[in-house]
Design a protein around this ligand. Structure first.
Ligand code: ATP
Ligand code: MG
Length: 573
């Protein structure tokens, strides 16, 4: 077979395959160009998941009229000039192929203005740039990409539904939004405004771009070691998710995927993470450009470092430091043999088998016995965490000796954490037990409260509240959760509705908000006296939860005082 040189158009289309995989890749390349042009406002308009239109406008430096036709050709760039520049890249783009690639598989229109002068535009069709024509004034540059893959039907076939493609676009915009919090971003899809954020701090950006509840669960990371710096935030245990997707590492403001560096962050969480749990983080790494090779793949998401193990150690220790406050609250329950001590079964000290000790707290004991180890040590289901004596002080805190010193547990927040997780499970899996009231009670609400109550009634039912409508704005309460004490059910139901309305904005789902309201109001309070078996049952149930160290609002549940610390205070060491 004769060997032939491929036409320019075909070469471009082949190259485009590496850069333009889907509409989100178009968004990526165009945002990068805007950022390289020092834009402080970037607006992205998408139609039909990007299948029909991706438009990116910016207020950046613009493209000179003479350069417009060059910009859409392959291997034309204003960002590097010599071979040496390739090893000192300070811009997001440098290959000079993105616009040419996009233009070879779509119909594009480029309009630009420099210094507010009259603008020009060109259209590129089938890879051929048309005439330069005067355009209406734009603030910087605007690029329209129509009909992606119209001339490469095989590729078009691989596009997913509009919804899926749009989700990828949102994820892409989030990456740049987090890497450039000082830049304003707007995203509109099918005429609906999805994102509209002004320049702000990284912390505000996380709240505004991801979730308004995140801000209160962030721990700051900040380290400078020689020519390497890392800054940003890691999430506390409230932000753990069971799916990956919210782990952001930026190198010199470029989103990267790097297994070793991700492992450094995961490693810092130590036993706080269980298998299948993913922490939240946004970390900005800074390294001199000559220490990094970003020219590994056309998408530039992979990078190579000259000294990756050094970065691994620095990053891991920086994140560990940020997490120290959480790691400190994790008591060391291990004995010298690495095994957990067993609970005493001495009836004098209160064992779980004391007859008649059938308190509400104890009912969870069976569940606690099938303990899921959050400390990833050799804990078996029959061992208990706290050995020896256990005391209640001021009817508020539970104190006990552990191997490394002593722990103090806040009884209210401990119970709150237990109830919170049980409530979430009740919504998803099996409803909680209920106790029937001897005398059903009626409860009257205002019209708006009542409509909220009707909405959440099925969920309250799963928690053990059995209620039915009983006349205007009134319900008849027939049963309450078996976990709750009797007597104040009316007040508790009211409080749950009130704080549910208030909580709505603070939690990522309304179920979480409802679970938190229920847990807060149904939990034992400071001031409630507890028996020894009740305290032990509570502690065991606490350690059967996923996150025994923080309450749903982020307050600590356990404070530990180590022997070392005591020795120091008594000037023993
Ligand atoms: N929004 C923009 N504002 C100003 N100039 C732009 C803009 N978009 C593109 N350009 C100019 O067009 C050139 C070509 O852009 P293109 O994205 O194809 O290549 P690149 O950014 O240089 O490299 P890469 O292929 O790695 O992205 C850029 O070098 C830049 O000079
Ligand atoms: Mg580019």
């Amino acid at each position: 077979m004769a060997i032939k040189k491929l036409s320019l158009d075909l070469r471009n289309k082949i190259a485009a395959g590496e850069v333009v995989e889907r509409p989100a890749s178009v968004v990526k390349e165009l945002i990068e160009n805007s950022l390289d042009a020092n834009a402080s406002e970037i607006s992205i308009v998408v139609e039909k998941g990007g299948h029909q239109l991706v438009q990116v406008s910016d207020n950046g430096n613009g493209i000179e009229a003479d350069d417009m036709r060059l910009a859409v050709q392959r291997f034309t760039t204003s960002k590097i000039a010599t071979f040496e520049d390739l090893f000192n890249i300070n811009s997001l783009g440098f290959r000079g192929e993105a616009l040419a690639s996009i233009a070879s598989v779509s119909e594009i229109e480029l309009a630009s203005c420099v210094n507010g002068n009259g603008g020009y535009s060109i259209k590129v069709h089938d890879g051929e740039a048309g005439e330069l024509t005067p355009s209406e004034p734009v603030k910087g540059t605007r690029i329209n990409v129509h009909n992606l893959f119209y001339n490469t039907p095989a590729r078009k076939k691989f596009l997913k539904s509009q919804r899926v493609e749009f989700r990828q676009i949102v994820q892409m915009v989030r990456r740049y939004g987090l890497a450039y919090p000082e830049v304003a971003f707007k995203l509109i899809h099918d005429e609906k405004e999805i994102i509209n954020i002004q320049g702000e701090t990284l912390k505000d950006r996380i709240d505004n771009l991801l979730d308004p509840t995140y801000g209160s669960h962030l721990l700051e990371v900040n380290i400078v070691k020689g020519d390497f710096a890392a800054s940003g935030f890691v999430g506390n245990l409230n932000l753990l998710r069971s799916r990956p997707g919210e782990q952001y590492i930026f190198l010199n403001r470029r989103f990267i995927k790097h297994r070793l560096l991700n492992n450094a962050v995961y490693g810092a969480y130590q036993s706080l993470l269980k298998r299948g749990e993913y922490p939240f983080y946004v970390l900005n790494l800074v390294q001199p450009a000559d220490q990094v090779d970003v020219n590994v793949h056309p998408m530039k998401i992979e990078v190579r470092f000259k000294d990756e193990w050094r970065l691994f150690h620095v990053l891991k220790s920086a994140v560990s430091e940020a997490l120290q406050s959480i790691l400190d609250t994790i008591p060391d329950f291990r004995t010298d043999t690495g095994m957990f001590p067993g609970f005493t079964s001495d009836p004098q000290q209160g064992s779980f088998s004391i007859p008649g000790a059938d308190t509400h707290i104890q009912q969870g004991l069976a569940r606690a016995k099938t303990y899921v180890d959050s400390l990833s040590e050799k804990k078996t289901s029959d061992e208990d965490l706290i050995s020896g004596n256990i005391w209640q002080i001021h009817d508020k805190y539970i104190v006990s000796q552990i191997n490394s010193g002593l722990v103090i547990i806040d009884q209210h927040v401990a119970h709150e954490r237990v109830l919170f997780e049980e409530a979430l499970e009740a919504f998803d899996v099996a409803p909680l037990g209920a106790q029937t009231l001897l005398f059903p009670e009626t409860l009257e609400f205002s019209a708006d409260e009542f409509s909220v109550l009707l909405d959440i009634l099925p969920s309250l039912n799963r928690l053990g509240f059995r209620m039915k409508e009983f006349g205007k704005n009134t319900v008849l309460v027939e049963a309450i959760p078996s976990e709750m004490g009797w007597g104040n059910e009316k007040a508790v139901i009211r409080e749950i509705i009130d704080s549910f309305l208030e909580n709505k904005k603070k939690y990522s789902s309304w179920q979480e908000g409802l679970a938190a309201s229920y847990a807060c109001h149904a939990a034992i309070k400071a001031g409630d006296p507890l028996t020894i078996p009740e305290m032990q049952a509570l502690v065991n149930r606490l350690f059967a939860t996923k996150h025994p160290y923080y309450c749903p609002h982020g307050r600590p549940i356990i404070v530990q005082l180590s022997l070392d610390e005591l020795d120091k205070r008594f000037e023993r060491s």
